[in-house]
Write a protein that binds this ligand. Structure first.
Ligand code: PLP
Length: 393
């Protein structure tokens, strides 16, 4: 007998993938240059040359060692290199024994949730949010509690987050820079969140972990991205090189259990247990060693910065309302009708692929991924204008 919950998950439509697949079909029909595909967050910047060199060098080394199993949490030398990098970058003392290497941020978050919750617990996050948070939380047999961000800035609503926390809350998932809004939470707001969580921990007599989901840490346009573990002790960082090194299909990231957590050893042991239980052991070895050789390679945001400028200027000129994106490569735009799905459907008539906000647990907006060719953005102007004008009649 198949598991009904797993069947339902497998059968549930993923709007982003659905639009992406629709776009592939449409491009085959009418030509790739006629479709303005803002659907998916696949980096458009090539992986840096250091990545290629690391791959090639590794392939020339001992062929047995190159493809060997590593210990479940990763190659000790790579864990050490990551810990040193975290320490150097953030002025802290991270330990290799607190680093668990994963297949991207997805497995990092799924593992962390299983490690630090018990069935029936609640996990709080701000909506709109990365849709898989719900899947991973429910897989850990917990409930995801969605707290709407403050419109129209889509910054954190601290009072609302506080109101959602109770004796069953075991974690808050935080994502800054944010997918899908492009918002970056300022340091003062994060300090406010940390103060509130500390107060709640004392009041409720239980640990509330902050899971900091950081795929876009380096992708910012001038904004500061505070180092969350230095603001709040009970933090677990989930990092990935999917976006910073443009390696989304290679599946490589890590979990860092903050050393300041009281009982961090036990938390790390639970992380290892969850990794084992979920089958996420020994992340791809070649990639472990590739990223270890590229830790100091800076993310190239110049292309995204240019795209952001072109797109925001264009949308402002037409008359759309949107959140000024401070980070990541997403733009959050208000739908021209309350039903974002209907708006996204109408956009298709103009060959524009915009993801409706319902996919992220929030009505009335759409997400545009601007990690695409600048030319496509420029050429989409007439379609965006025609879509806008179709609502003015
Ligand atoms: N979290 C957020 C906010 C994301 O945007 C993504 C990917 O787009 C992930 C997690 C998953 O990252 P990965 O592809 O490294 O598993």
């Amino acid at each position: 007998m198949i598991d009904q919950h797993m069947y339902d998950l497998g059968a549930a439509p993923n709007k982003i993938r659905e639009l992406f697949m629709y776009g592939l079909g449409r491009k085959a029909q009418i030509g790739a240059d006629k479709v303005y595909d803002y659907s998916i967050g696949n980096p458009s910047v090539p992986a840096p040359p250091q990545v290629r060199k690391a791959f090639l060098d590794l392939l020339d080394e001992d062929p047995v060692k190159t493809h060997e199993y590593t210990p479940s949490p990763g190659d000790p030398a790579v864990r050490e290199a990551i810990a040193q990098h975290i320490s150097k970058t953030n002025g802290v003392e991270a330990r290799a024994s607190n680093v668990y290497i994963t297949s991207g941020a997805s497995s990092a978050i799924a593992i962390s949730l299983c490690a630090i919750t018990n069935p029936g617990d609640e996990v709080v996050t701000m909506s709109p949010y990365f849709p898989e948070y719900k899947t991973w939380t429910e897989t850990a047999r917990c409930t995801l509690v969605e707290v709407p961000a403050a419109e129209p800035s889509f910054q954190m609503d601290l009072d609302a987050i506080e109101a959602a926390i109770n004796g069953r809350t075991s974690a808050v998932i935080l994502n800054t820079p944010n997918n899908p809004t492009g918002a970056v939470y300022p340091r003062e707001a994060l300090e406010g969140l940390a103060d509130m969580l500390r107060r709640k921990e004392t009041e409720l007599g239980r640990k509330i972990f902050l899971i900091s989901d950081e795929p876009y840490r380096e992708l910012v346009y001038g904004a500061e991205v505070a180092y969350i573990p230095s603001l709040y002790d009970d933090t677990i960082v989930c990092y990935t090189w999917s976006k910073s090194l443009s390696l989304p299909g290679e599946r490589i990231g890590y979990i860092h259990v903050n050393e300041a957590i009281e009982g961090d050893d036990a938390v790390f042991t639970a992380v290892s247990g969850a990794g084992r239980a979920l089958g996420y052991i020994c992340a791809p070895v070649l990639l472990q060693r590739v990223v270890a050789r590229c830790l100091d390679v800076p993310a190239d945001v110049s292309e995204y910065a240019k795209n952001r400028e072109v797109l925001t200027r264009m949308l402002r000129g037409i008359g759309y309302e949107f959140v000024e994106p401070d980070g990541a490569f997403y733009l959050w735009m208000r739908s021209l009708e309350p039903d974002a799905e209907a708006f996204s459907e109408r956009a298709k008539q103009f060959e524009l692929l915009l993801v409706p906000s319902n996919s992220f647990g929030c009505p009335g907006w759409v997400r545009l991924s601007y990690c695409i060719a600048e030319k496509t953005i420029r050429e989409s102007e007439h379609a965006l204008r025609a879509l806008y004008e179709s609502y003015q009649a």
